[in-house]
Design a protein around this ligand. Structure first.
Ligand code: B12
Length: 444
């Protein structure tokens, strides 16, 4: 069969003023440009799971093209996130109108399979592992079922695992590529809409397998900038040390998301710096522990909130920049939170900052709670699930106050001056310890 793997790609923001602001704010637009060019690791993994006698093509769709111009296949597999699912449905409908079978999967589809089945022939709930090979065999015999369930445990065991097909993107102009070292996270954050939506367990890839993937990526992209597509890379500190020791000889530049507990482990931090890590993205969510109640049911983030400055200092003094993430519109937030976050960012010396609004993605615990509390603004607001558009009624401010506070904070923290100031502070912090890396930029 000829199988078309279609990724709904690109970054998205609906609120016009924010989109316009993004064009002029260097800190924001720089990160936007850098991340926007990532390929879909999910579909490259699916390509790896496909028996070799099938011909697979990998296509990305950012803005919807003329749907008649899309190439023909025997089977089309579409991957999308919530923000792009409505576009994905249009692509699916167009293919089905031509009599071409369409399969969908990913985080949104796994949360709302019935909705997706209104637009496609079959869905995979969960990861593609342990589902895709059967699905392809069924499609080959024209016996496609409506619903397949992927593995949620043992995802990286040999019976389920396949190496992503990086050869499919060879020569394309990506400025970075993703490798996944783990799937899932046990921290239980209420807003989480990442891989815990597709796996009930924390799955860790053996270090040897990660290194093989890095080698395989390097055959296509000799000097890659690697972004680890994990939710929380260094949950397991012993695994982390083993991985980083293996990574050092590779002399890679890399980035990942993890939690603040890395900073409790000086040896791990030394290895992170030594192995070429340019930046760690860490969710502080709010500077005040008291704000974190609802979103942190296990109390873990509340415990470390008072140590946030030390976390930044521990990593940045080693030359690893920290991208601190803050979520605006938590239930304890009043309009006073905006200057509080600005002051925290400035006083901590954070090299980079990510500001987003609380977003009820379907499938998340947050969505369930806000739905029960009748605080969701409308139904099927999927195109607004961008992390920048407000889709719910905040508890202690109006929607307008949240939107204007976000715009204010954007201009305060993503201006040329603020961005330069953060770079200088980071350079000073890393110099103080005599570390080598002055590189603050995520750009390869
Ligand atoms: C890389 C990445 C991107 C890349 C590439 C996305 C892509 N096409 O895969 C880019 C830069 C384009 C991107 C953009 C955005 N992203 Co993003 N991104 C990520 C990131 C960091 C890693 C995703 C990843 O590679 N996972 C690993 C792969 C292996 O997993 P997977 O894609 O889920 O695929 C598996 C299964 O889901 C399944 N599967 C997936 N697709 C399909 C399709 C079929 C047919 C089948 C059978 C199975 C299947 O099989 C795969 C293997 O098991 C995650 C955060 C994280 N830490 O995970 C956020 C994340 C996915 N992004 C997120 C968001 C919000 C966005 C944006 C809306 C941001 C914005 N404002 O623009 C946009 C939306 C883009 C769009 N067009 O929809 C949210 C998604 C929440 C949600 N439920 O929708 C996440 C979870 C981050 C977060 N803060 O919560 N993103």
């Amino acid at each position: 069969m000829k199988i078309g793997l279609i990724a709904m790609s690109g970054v998205r923001v609906r609120t016009a003023e924010l989109a316009a602001l993004g064009v002029t704010l260097p800190g924001f637009i720089r990160r936007g440009k850098v991340i926007a060019s990532l390929p879909s690791l999910g579909l490259l993994t699916i390509a790896g799971l496909t028996p070799p006698h099938h011909e697979v093509s990998y296509i990305e769709i950012d803005d919807l093209p003329d749907l008649q111009s899309l190439p023909d296949f025997d089977l089309v597999a579409i991957s999308c996130l919530t923000a792009s699912v409505m576009d994905a449905y249009k692509v699916a409908n167009a293919y089905r109108a031509r009599g071409i079978r369409v399969v969908m999967g990913g985080l949104h589809v796994s949360s709302l399979p019935e909705e997706a089945l209104g637009h496609c022939d079959a869905v995979v709930i969960g990861g593609a592992e342990n589902a895709w090979p059967q699905l392809v065999a069924d499609a080959e015999r024209s016996r496609l079922q409506r619903c397949y369930h992927g593995a949620t445990a043992g995802v990286f065991e040999p019976s389920n695992y396949a190496r992503p097909r990086f050869d499919l993107i060879k020569g394309r102009p990506y400025n970075r590529a993703t490798i996944q070292t783990s799937r899932g996270c046990p921290r239980g954050c209420e807003f989480c809409a990442a891989s815990p939506l597709i796996t009930r367990h924390f799955n860790q890839k053996p270090v040897g397998l990660v290194m093989e993937e890095i080698q395989s990526l390097r055959r296509e992209f000799p000097e890659p900038f690697v972004e680890l597509a994990d939710d929380n890379t260094f949950l397991n500190k012993a695994w982390g040390r083993e991985f980083l020791r293996a990574l050092i000889p590779e002399r890679l530049r890399w980035f990942t998301e993890t939690d603040a507990s890395v900073a409790d482990n000086p040896e791990l931090c030394d290895l992170i710096a030594e192995s070429g890590c340019r930046q760690l993205l860490i969710g502080f969510e709010s500077p005040r522990a008291a704000d974190l109640g609802e979103i942190d049911p296990l109390g873990w983030k509340q415990k470390i909130a008072s140590r946030a400055h030390r976390v930044v200092d521990t990593l940045q003094s080693r030359g690893v920049s920290v991208n601190g993430c803050f979520i605006l519109g938590l239930d304890h937030h009043t309009p006073e939170i905006f200057p509080v976050i600005r002051d925290f960012v400035l006083s901590s010396g954070l090299a980079e900052v990510q500001l987003t609004v609380l977003t009820p993605f379907p499938g998340s615990s947050l969505y369930g709670r806000l739905e029960r509390e009748e605080r969701l603004l409308g139904r099927q607001f999927w195109e607004r699930c961008t992390l920048f558009d407000v889709n719910y009624r905040p508890a202690r401010m109006t929607v307008e106050e949240l939107e204007s506070g976000l715009r204010w904070l954007f201009t305060e923290l993503y201006s040329v001056e603020a961005t330069e100031q953060r770079r200088r502070t980071f350079a000073r912090m890393s110099r103080q310890r005599g570390e080598v890396s002055m590189q603050t930029s995520l750009e390869p």
